[in-house]
Design a protein around this ligand. Structure first.
Ligand code: NAP
Length: 308
């Protein structure tokens, strides 16, 4: 039986792993489908304390993993299929295998929010993408007009990254002001290759019949007017939704699916803790996820000490 199983291997999960490993709890980390989490899809991380010159997101996560393993954490590439928190020890099924554990840290992170239009699904991986650092350098996007959708830090970051390859990047936002932090917004809006398209939403992505992106049909939300904007790719960066469907009915979630916690990282089930983007609807930074992972590890340690 495990002392603690950590579900997820982003900043929160791996920080919980470092702390629980150093507490001699011999943690098992089940990585999920994207080991390292969302940060591995980012380019340079400029605001993680301790890296004045920035650090590549993938490199940061590799270092966290090495640090966790150095202290004895076991990292298993596996996807959790179901959990049963009504039993003690808790049951977790991952890749068809049952794991039982005295405690659990849910650090399942968040996934990309989708526009929810049919052409988006039909053209996914055929020019519609959610990750500029993963896909931006593909030949199909080189020297072409591209569209980024969104007005937050992610959209600015994606747009800035794409200026390396694109002829022009149209930043399509549903309002007339960016939500992004001032520094990111200024960088994006001052870039000669980035052209903002304000008060506009993507009504449709063209052209599923050709099985490639040829443009977007934009609707101005103020005037109702529509226009076709030719482009070779659509990069969607409209925020995230917590990866918590798996836990529905087992612990309490709020109306948007974030895990409800109290007294630190404690979920509605004693012994099950949660940390990172699956909990945090307010800050959603790498460093806050790491901090929440640390807190969850300390809560686990205290819980196990009190229940032994
Ligand atoms: P976000 O801050 O929630 O921004 C999402 C953006 O998408 C908003 O501008 C929102 O519009 C727009 N949006 C949401 N749903 C939409 C829809 N259905 N159709 C069209 N537009 C839609 O998300 P994020 O940019 O991914 O950032 C998430 C968190 O990570 C933030 O806390 C951010 O600071 C952080 N982050 C930081 C960095 C960095 O510091 N370098 C980089 C990436 C992310 P409205 O503005 O109208 O709501």
């Amino acid at each position: 039986m495990e002392n603690v199983v950590i579900i997820g291997s982003g900043c929160a999960g791996l920080t919980a792993a470092i702390y629980t490993a150093r507490a001699n709890l011999n943690p098992l980390v089940l990585t999920g489908v994207s080991p390292g989490g969302l940060l591995t899809t980012t380019s340079i991380v400029e605001n993680y304390p301790g890296f004045p010159d920035g650090i590549d997101g993938f490199e940061l996560m590799s270092r966290l993993q090495r640090q966790a393993e150095k202290f004895g954490a076991r990292i298993q590439f596996a996807t959790v299929e179901s959990v049963d928190f009504s039993k003690r020890p808790f049951w977790i099924t991952a890749d068809g295998q049952l794991v039982v554990s005295k405690s659990v840290v849910i650090a399942s992170g968040a996934g990309h929010r989708r526009l929810g239009i049919e052409s988006e699904s039909r053209l996914e991986k055929k020019g519609v993408t959610y990750c500029a650092t993963c896909d931006g350098a593909l030949p199909v996007f080189r020297n072409q007009p591209l569209v980024v959708v969104g007005g937050g830090d992610s959209a600015c970051e994606e747009a800035l990254y794409l200026t390396r390859f694109a002829a022009v990047v149209h930043l399509v936002h549903r309002r007339d002001a960016l939500r992004a932090s001032k520094i990111m917004a200024e960088r994006a809006l001052n870039h000669p290759k980035i052209k903002p398209v304000w008060n506009s939403v993507v009504a449709d992505i063209l052209d599923p019949l050709q099985e490639k992106v040829t443009g977007v049909r934009l609707k101005n939300v103020r005037s109702g007017q529509e226009q076709i904007l030719p482009c070779a790719g659509v990069f969607i960066a409209i925020g995230h939704t917590p990866n918590t469907d798996l836990f529905r009915g087992q612990i309490e979630l709020d109306e948007q699916g974030y895990v409800r916690t109290s007294q630190g990282s404690q979920t509605a089930v004693p012994g099950v803790f949660a940390a990172g983007d699956c909990v945090d609807r307010a800050y959603r930074q790498a460093i806050t996820a790491a901090g929440l992972g640390c807190a969850a590890a300390i809560d686990v340690e205290r819980y196990l000490a009190a229940s032994s």
